[in-house]
Design a protein around this ligand. Structure first.
Ligand code: HXC
Length: 514
């Protein structure tokens, strides 16, 4: 055969495999409101940047009629391409090929691209759309999952790992996304659970739909398994692009610096916090007033909204924000908020992203529910994460900083590099009312007018302790600043800490309160 003929034959062979499961299966995929695996990859990557690997890999299973089955690409597309000009490794399970089920060769294509991502030090993006372990392959499929989980763990903290759930992700398959850094879900399309509705019905006699069991909103709002929620696949792909442009591509480089911009928010930072300390406000307005171009990519927006986490830029460089949200539960810390913040802090620390903490919370949420849910163990994760982090750590106390929460929210005592407080900050063991009721109980009970005495004692307590100056006098905060000075001081602090080098004792690894 001439070279020309060979090229033609190659093209024909490629065209057949690129069709995945064929027209009928593709029709079914489209009817479910889903893009095909190939469309997803091409929609996410820069135009003409995708290069596919292992298109002609075939399964080797011979049981249960598999010997005669040809599975295009063994049900998964893998390769490399660019997002905003930067290389990434990617795989997408193809549901049109035997339900995207995972056999050994399918898994080996995935582990090969994961190994490649680790070696090349680029992010790895996995698009999940699969019926899980390929039942016909048995142990081969289980081995494949295990090999993926092992690599997810090895890559953790080395390269960013992103999971996109665009179809079923059932059984043990859910543990790969759970081991990665960011999970994206889409309304009506994502379905994630360990045991499906059929099993639940047969074992427990309970009827539940796939959506109610493990749909997109369930994971975005209730379980916290998802970090980004979108209404459409297109919106989801845009969210991924935005995230990838903000985070470093490995733990050995910094995020790409962009042109510095001033905040564009029209809100006056001096006026965001209401004068009544009991009134809530949206802490994101403070972030908008501080971040370049007032841009903020919020992570886990719908879960544990009493704490806000996400990425923005300061002077063109990526920073992570952790902020109490007085709009929800007065911004208290609880089990979920602690888990949410702790994991984000560890991501920032692993990938050299400075952390800016904005504090306004009345402490940990009291109650039997929280105690029995393990608020001691969960709350400790946050202390651990902040203490362990060696990236630049800056805290601004906006208003309330009470009790254990004061310590947990990146206090000087946990190693904050810069501590600032606004003039209205209240730094105390607990809120003035609670404190006055305890320490002046006798005087209040013996007074003729208990209420008047209580008010007087609360006032005395506020004047004496609920202000930033006691902490400032002890050097626990570095400066009491005007809100309008905050951005300049943050920029200055980030500049000073560019070459921060923090000592940590040698150890194999710590033992965080997982
Ligand atoms: C082999 C599978 C498959 C699987 C789907 N298919 N899942 N083949 N192994 N796990 C095939 C179907 O037989 C069908 O083939 C095609 O894919 C499309 O599937 P449908 O059922 O027609 O699609 P749909 O109606 O959309 O239903 C999707 C589904 C359902 C809900 C995912 O297919 C399903 O329940 N699959 C089984 C899920 C499951 O129990 N997986 C094992 C989990 S255990 P044809 O030829 O008819 O087109 C597990 C353990 C991992 O994963 C442990 C790791 C630690």
């Amino acid at each position: 055969m001439t070279l020309k003929k060979n090229i033609l034959a190659l093209r024909q062979k490629k065209a057949i495999v690129e069709k995945g499961g064929g027209d009928k299966a593709i029709e079914k995929q489209v009817a479910m409101g889903k893009m095909t695996a190939r469309e997803r990859i091409l929609g996410l990557l820069d135009a003409n940047s995708f290069y596919e690997y292992d298109l002609f890999v075939e399964h080797e299973e011979t049981n249960f009629g598999m010997e005669n089955k040809v599975l295009a690409g063994d049900g998964v597309i893998t390769g490399t391409g660019n997002i905003n000009g930067a290389p990434v490794c990617i795989y997408a399970q193809d549901f049109t090929v035997m339900g995207g089920s995972l056999g050994l060769k399918h898994a080996r294509k995935i582990t090969k691209i994961m190994d490649h991502a680790m070696k090349m030090k680029v992010p790895c993006i996995g698009i999940n759309d699969s019926g899980g372990a390929r039942i016909q392959e048995g142990i081969g499929a289980l081995a494949g999952y295990g090999e993926i989980f092992y690599r997810n763990t090895m890559a953790s903290g080395v390269i960013p790992q992103i999971s996109v759930i665009l179809g079923p992700c059932a059984g043990g398959a859910v543990y790969s996304p759970a081991l990665t850094d960011f999970v994206f879900v889409v309304e009506n399309i994502s379905k994630m659970f360990i045991t499906g509705p059929n099993v639940i019905e047969s074992v427990l006699g309970e009827k539940i739909s796939q959506e109610d069991l493990g749909g997109a909103r369930v994971h975005a709002e209730i379980t916290g398994n998802a970090h980004f929620y979108a209404l459409t696949e297109k919106e989801c792909l845009n969210q991924i692009k935005e995230l990838v442009s903000l985070i470093p591509h490995s733990n050995q480089v910094k995020a790409v610096k962009v042109k510095p911009m001033k905040p564009s928010s029209r809100k006056n930072i001096e006026k965001i916090i209401p004068s009544d300390p009991k009134q809530p406000y949206d802490v994101r307005d403070v972030i908008f007033a501080l971040a370049d171009d007032s841009k903020f990519l919020e992570v886990q927006e719908l879960w544990a909204p009493n704490i806000v986490i996400g990425f923005g830029r300061m002077n063109g460089d990526t920073v992570g924000f952790v902020a109490n949200q007085p709009m929800y539960l007065a911004g208290v810390l609880d089990c979920d908020a602690s888990d949410k913040a702790a994991r984000f802090i560890r991501f920032c620390d692993a990938f050299n992203i400075p952390i800016i903490t904005l504090e306004d919370m009345p402490g940990y949420l009291p109650g039997v529910d929280q105690e029995h849910a393990g608020v001691i163990r969960h709350g400790a994760k946050m202390l651990y994460a902040y203490s362990e982090a060696t990236v630049p750590k800056i805290t601004v106390i906006l208003r309330k900083a009470y009790g254990g929460g004061y310590i947990a929210m990146n206090s000087r005592h946990l190693g904050a590099d810069f501590m600032f407080a606004w003039p209205g900050a209240e730094i105390a063991v607990m809120g003035p009312e609670g404190a006055a009721n305890i320490i002046f109980r006798k005087e209040i009970m013996e007074a003729e007018d208990e209420d008047a005495m209580r008010q007087q004692k609360v006032k005395e307590y506020i004047e004496k302790f609920a202000n930033p100056f006691v902490a400032a006098a002890k050097g626990y905060i570095d400066a009491v600043i005007e809100p309008s000075e905050t951005r300049e001081l943050l920029l200055h602090s980030l500049g000073v800490s560019q070459h921060k080098d923090d000592y940590r004792p040698a150890k194999k690894h710590g033992i965080p309160p997982f």
